[in-house]
Write a protein that binds this ligand. Structure first.
Ligand code: ARG
Length: 470
């Protein structure tokens, strides 16, 4: 392998500058325009892309087999150096693409100078980013599946627990705890669907679009796409060199995940208060106070809720970034990386902590149970009982409202009203009315698909267990 001394020009000046320049780049410009400080994260993808590109160039006869072999071996060495943090990063080389290419040229001289044939950094950046997003989507999907497993795991453990469910944060109707856990599984499943959908549009090969119009070098874009595992090749070079839809879609899908996690976190923060006392959080995931010795604070949940802001902010940044950009590549697009990386990093970190929290939290069954007769959770079931007896819904709704009013005045649950009380409002009522009162009876009365009916919930738990390989 030929090793060439770095030529003086390339150590001080970006190799992207041709002979047309009559001044060296101002140092301030180098500092302002560099992206190596953040796009170095793309090094693995950049090397994969370059290896595939070189192999394709050899396939079509633009490189010899020996040149291709030298280039791929050189790139693997550079990868090892980058893995070990040994490749010095220099802002005059602007970005990761130029660092890797320059390192190759330093090793191979003219053979290294051939790698950039038939491509531009515009299609190269887009390709690297697509490969990165594809990996990141897959990783996020695995974390979502882990969290779903954590929720499904709770169904068995909490199978005999009934929870009050809320609308407007006011007690509404009773549900099985498993129904509650599975509600989050459904949300996360839609999140996974959005990631999978985004993956389809991310998994398209941009390489070979070159600067914006394609190339007169006889490249084989389908060959590269296949080597990189892309599903298809972008059909319009002008479109794909500016296309960041997949970045926006990923940031949107991540924002929805963050919003889901933020809502869950908020709920659990409330549930862990003395006022609710539904939940004991694992102490390993709580923090103390420097002044109040009794405090066990849910900081992790608060930060999961708080970090939603970053992710939604990242989406906003990206949308505004691409707004108004003309075709095709514009340097603005360099700014897409930090919000994209941040959105993935943040959501992945939140998911990684949500999992042990869900597994480790304990429902305070006694506290929950003792208060289940508050809030008239069975009122709607009583109304539906009357409807099943033939009463029009509006009439039954009014009547149960009156019964609840009476019970409230006495500060008792509906089940503690006497038969005479019931008959005073509706003479046809008999003692069977008690069969729908109380949360156990109310839960047992449900029958509809997707409801908290115990048979429905068991069926759903089973479906989820199968789906998640549990
Ligand atoms: N560092 C740039 C980026 O990440 C490279 C793009 C190069 N293209 C160009 N026309 N300057 O977007």
């Amino acid at each position: 392998m030929t090793h060439e001394a770095p030529d003086s020009e390339s150590t001080t000046q970006s190799p992207s500058r041709s002979g047309v320049f009559d001044q060296a780049t101002d140092r301030r410009v180098e500092r302002f325009t560099e992206s190596i400080s953040f796009d170095r994260r793309l090094y693995d993808q950049d090397i994969r892309g370059s290896v595939a590109h070189a192999q394709m160039l050899a396939q079509v006869g633009v490189l010899t087999a020996a040149e291709c072999q030298q280039i791929t071996a050189g790139l693997e060495q550079i990868r090892a150096e980058l893995d070990a943090g040994q490749l010095p990063l220099r802002i005059e080389l602007e970005d990761i693409h130029m660092h890797i290419e320059q390192a190759l040229i330093d090793r191979l001289g003219d053979v290294g100078r051939k790698l950039h044939t038939g491509r531009s950094r515009n299609d190269q950046v887009a390709t690297d980013l697509r490969l990165w997003v594809r990996d990141a989507l897959d990783h996020t999907d695995r974390l979502l599946a882990d969290l779903q497993r954590a929720f499904v795991g709770r169904c068995q453990q909490d199978r005999d627990v009934i929870l009050p469910a809320y609308t407007h944060l006011q007690r509404a109707q009773p549900v099985l705890a498993a129904h509650y856990w599975l509600a989050y599984c459904e949300k996360l499943e839609r999140d996974r669907g959005r990631l999978a959908d985004c993956r389809k549009r991310a998994n398209v090969c941009s390489l070979g679009a070159a600067a914006l119009a394609g190339t007169s070098i006889p490249i084989d874009r389908h060959d590269v796409a296949q080597r990189l595992g892309f599903d298809s090749v972008a059909a319009n070079s002008l479109d794909v060199s500016s296309d960041r839809d997949f970045v926006l879609e990923a940031a949107f899908a991540l924002s929805v995940i963050a919003v889901h996690l933020g809502g869950w976190a908020e709920e659990w923060i409330l549930w862990s208060t003395a006022e609710f006392s539904f939940l004991k959080l694992p102490h390993a995931f709580c923090t103390g106070s420097s002044i109040m010795p009794q405090k066990i604070n849910p900081d992790v949940l608060e930060l999961i809720r708080g970090k939603t802001a970053r992710v939604v902010g990242d989406l906003q940044t990206l949308l505004v970034l691409v707004k108004g950009l003309p075709l095709a590549y514009n340097r603005d697009l360099q700014e897409d990386k930090t919000p994209l990386f941040d959105a993935f990093d943040t959501v992945q970190a939140c998911l990684s902590l949500a999992c042990p929290l869900v597994e480790g939290a304990e429902l305070r069954r006694e506290v929950i149970r003792q208060r289940l007769d508050r809030g008239y959770l069975d009122a709607t079931t009583l109304m539906e009982y009357l409807i099943r007896q033939g009463m029009p819904q509006r009439t039954a709704h009014h009547l149960v409202g009156q019964l609840v009013g009476t019970a409230m005045e006495r500060d008792v649950p509906l089940s503690e009203l006497s038969l005479e009380d019931f008959q005073q409002f509706h003479p046809d009522l008999d003692e069977r009315v008690y069969h729908v009162l109380g949360v156990e009876n109310a839960v047992a009365a449900f029958v509809s698909y997707g409801s908290t009916a115990p048979t429905e919930v068991s069926r759903q738990v089973q479906l989820w267990r199968t789906r998640l390989g549990l």
